[in-house]
Design a protein around this ligand. Structure first.
Ligand SMILES: [Zn+2]
Ligand SMILES: [Zn+2]
Length: 276
């Protein structure tokens, strides 16, 4: 079974256990099902081991946004697929997803510029073209559009990383923000997981990766009843981070790509408390 097939199988298994999450799990299983290998170029060959080490020391991600090889033909096909799947699996949002697709088809250059901008700053910032109210949806579509290409790049570049030199709050490969964390099986060291390319990197346990706060009074976490997951929250910036504790029985069997989707109830709980 390939990694993608395993992720889909885990999402389907979770659906059987949690029918109340069917819509959400089906959406993500469908998005993984059309994950296609992309012609992402060979970024690794352009970075020498010395350059990779120098970038890690300097805190510069191995893949600068302007260096990410993007194949617009496959990206626009992927953009379309993501919109169509999202509209089908989220009938309540079918209208807005359909509008995004129509806008992208009517103004491909504008969409390309926004996608580049999303890569640079990690979010969609626009007040033009009627897209403002859809910025969050557009960021969702962009994230899933870019994922196969970024994962392919990460796979090639990870062996070049000097991870012990990198304990920063952004991804050492693509510069993306973390959206998940893993506590490892041995000492419970915390690794952050990139929201865009799924690369993992070591990060202090008592520090907020969003604002750098490290006073224990600002930071807390809530474990789930089975102990497998934690919700880290920061009072200084009001951000939250989900984590999976691999020291707990059964947690090791789950892939992080599936775990971050399956734990949607933690996102709901965090947002209900005002965390973002
Ligand atoms: Zn990344
Ligand atoms: Zn914070």
């Amino acid at each position: 079974m390939t990694a993608t097939e395993q992720i889909i199988a885990q999402l389907r298994a979770a659906r059987a256990k949690h029918p109340e999450l069917a819509e959400h799990l089906d959406l993500h299983a469908d998005l993984w099902a059309v994950e296609m290998p992309t012609s992402a170029g060979a970024p690794a060959s352009k970075i020498s081991a010395e350059e990779a080490r120098a970038r890690c020391v300097a805190g510069v991600p191995l893949l600068r946004p302007q260096e990410i090889p993007l194949d617009w033909t496959s990206l626009s096909r992927r953009f379309e697929q993501v919109c169509v799947i999202a509209a089908r699996r989220r009938p309540d949002l079918a209208g807005p997803f359909g509008e995004l697709l129509a806008l992208a088809q009517a103004a491909p250059d504008r969409t390309k510029a926004l996608l580049r901008q999303y890569l640079m700053v990690g979010e969609v910032e626009t007040d033009e073209g009627g897209l403002t109210h859809q910025a969050e949806l557009l960021a969702f579509v962009f994230g899933h559009t870019l994922r196969p290409a970024l994962r392919a790049c990460a796979e090639q570049l990870v062996p070049h990383l000097a991870l012990e030199l990198w304990q920063r709050d952004i991804c050492p490969i693509c510069g993306g923000a973390p959206d998940f964390a893993i506590l490892n099986e041995q000492a419970g060291a915390r690794y952050l997981v990139c929201s865009r390319c799924d690369t993992r990197w070591l990060y202090p346990r008592v520090k907020c990766p969003f604002c750098g706060a490290s006073r224990p009074s600002d930071l807390s976490y809530y474990p789930t009843d089975d102990g497998r997951y934690r919700l880290y929250v920061c009072q200084a910036c009001r951000r939250y981070l989900k984590a999976m504790d691999l020291r707990q029985a059964g947690a090791q069997e789950l892939l992080v790509e599936a775990a971050r989707v399956i734990t949607v109830d933690l996102d709901v709980a965090a947002r209900a408390e005002g965390y973002v």
